[in-house]
Design a protein around this ligand. Structure first.
Ligand code: PLP
Length: 435
């Protein structure tokens, strides 16, 4: 059953000052401000007492970074502390343990990592540690980010075979099975949600297929745009690695590479014949540090960001307060609303089949005669920021709407309504009328 949280529900908004009356006041104020002075800075504006502690600003509804909860942001103003002092070591250790829950894993031999960097560092972790030069990698690509993962693997000398889905779709299980039966692959990578297209890949049957046809192949997931908004049952599905980042559905500012690897992946690393092909991204350097932190022992390889770790700890504490299934369900409900509104407007979603559609973002084809430079500034004056397209085959033809984290879950925020209203009126101002 969908849950209807109360305004003070800590899983949704964990701060007494948090967005509790952000609602229409904030929206109209932002919209007024932006339309009267679209280019002036919002800096220095006093925040009305009933609003979030954040200055008024347009709702950032790109597919990451996303809007932040006040409590997460406030955690970053923690006083300075030593990265090897007991207070911070305890927080870091607890945060690593929280990741086990987030990934639904109880295997003590699986290894979480939190390393300063962005989502891309996750690709480097995989390429530098799990594949040796000349070894084969099968990359399933559903857009720009799948192609990027392939590029990263090639940079480290992997022999990459890429299977591309059609624009707006994913490679079929049959294609994957044929590829796996023709050649031995050390790893298979899949982008769970490609942020360039909003295409969702299915992981459970995919992993079962890999295990049946090529059981030694490691299954690695790019979960940058899926962790904390799409179901990921790491142990149950038999995944070997998920790499993600702090700034999307986890709802923490950018700057952390977050990853989780199975015992089998760690063993594959331990059995390498050659040393890892990176210094900063080496499991050899980081795994002992992560183990020590989780055991609440001080340890050092490279300085972490205590403030970001505090923010991540707060974000994960909020997420884990309620069952994950509720969180995924709520994202799915918001997604259904958005996709229906898009359809009602007479527009198409880039991900063609409903089962291939991500639940925390929507890539929307623009009507003919409406361009990205026409529509995005109009949305911005209405207090909403969307992103343009980045898939090379269709980049100028579509826009992207991120509906994840607090914007989708906090019942006191009206971000989704605001965005849909802005889209309707913005398109109409561009001269669009549904046929
Ligand atoms: C699916 C996916 N993978 C990888 C990345 C790269 O992450 P970052 O930009 O944090 O380096 C992104 C960024 O948006 C992404 O959406």
């Amino acid at each position: 059953m969908p849950r209807h949280p109360s305004p003070n529900d800590p899983s949704i908004t964990n701060s007494p000052s948090s967005s509790s009356s952000v609602g229409s006041n904030r929206i109209s104020q932002v919209a007024r401000h932006l339309s009267s002075s679209a280019t002036s800075s919002l800096k220095g504006q006093s925040t009305p007492p009933t609003m979030s502690s954040q200055p008024p600003h347009p709702a950032l509804l790109i597919p990451g970074p996303i809007e932040f909860d006040d409590a997460v942001l406030q955690s970053m103003s923690h006083y300075s502390e030593s990265h090897v002092g007991p207070g911070f070591v305890a927080t870091f250790g607890e945060t690593l343990t929280q990741l086990r829950q987030l990934f639904q894993s109880t295997d003590p031999a699986a290894q979480p990592f939190i390393i300063s960097g962005s989502g891309t560092l996750g690709w480097d972790l995989v390429a530098a540690n799990l594949v040796e030069a000349g070894e084969s990698a099968l990359v399933l690509s559903t857009g720009y980010f799948g192609d990027g993962f392939a590029d990263c693997l090639r940079t480290y000398g992997a022999d990459v075979t890429k299977i591309d889905g059609p624009v707006g779709g994913r490679p079929s299980l049959e294609e994957v099975e044929v590829a796996l039966s023709k050649k031995k692959y050390k790893i298979l990578t899949v982008t769970h949600v490609d942020t360039s297209t909003g295409v969702l890949s299915e992981l459970k049957n995919l992993t079962a297929t890999v295990k049946r046809v090529s059981p030694e192949t490691l299954v690695i997931v790019d979960g940058v745009c899926s962790v904390a908004c799409e179901e990921i049952a790491f142990d149950a599905w038999g995944l070997d690695g998920v790499v993600t980042a702090s700034q999307k559905a986890i709802g923490c500012p950018a700057g952390l590479s977050i990853s989780f690897f199975s015992a089998k992946a760690i063993e594959a690393f331990n059995n390498r014949k050659t040393p890892p092909a990176s210094y900063f991204a080496s499991f050899k350097n980081w795994a002992p540090i992560m183990k020590n932190y989780e055991a609440k022992k001080p340890s050092y390889f490279a300085t972490p960001s205590p403030q970001l770790i505090h923010a991540l700890n707060t974000a994960l504490s909020q997420i884990l307060t309620r069952p994950l299934a509720e969180r995924f369900q709520k994202h799915a409900e918001v997604s259904d609303r958005v996709k229906k509104a898009v359809k009602d407007l007479g527009l198409e979603v880039v991900a063609t089949k409903p089962e291939d559609q991500a639940h925390a973002m929507t890539a929307i084809y623009l009507p003919e005669n409406v361009t990205i430079p026409d529509i995005l500034p109009k949305l911005s004056t209405k207090g909403v920021i969307f992103a343009g397209g980045i898939h090379k085959a269709i980049a100028t033809k579509y826009i992207r709407f991120g509906h994840m984290g607090v914007s989708a879950l906090d019942p006191n925020r009206k971000d989704i309504d605001l965005a849909l209203d802005a889209l309707r009126s913005g398109l109409s101002e561009c001269g669009y009328q549904k046929a």
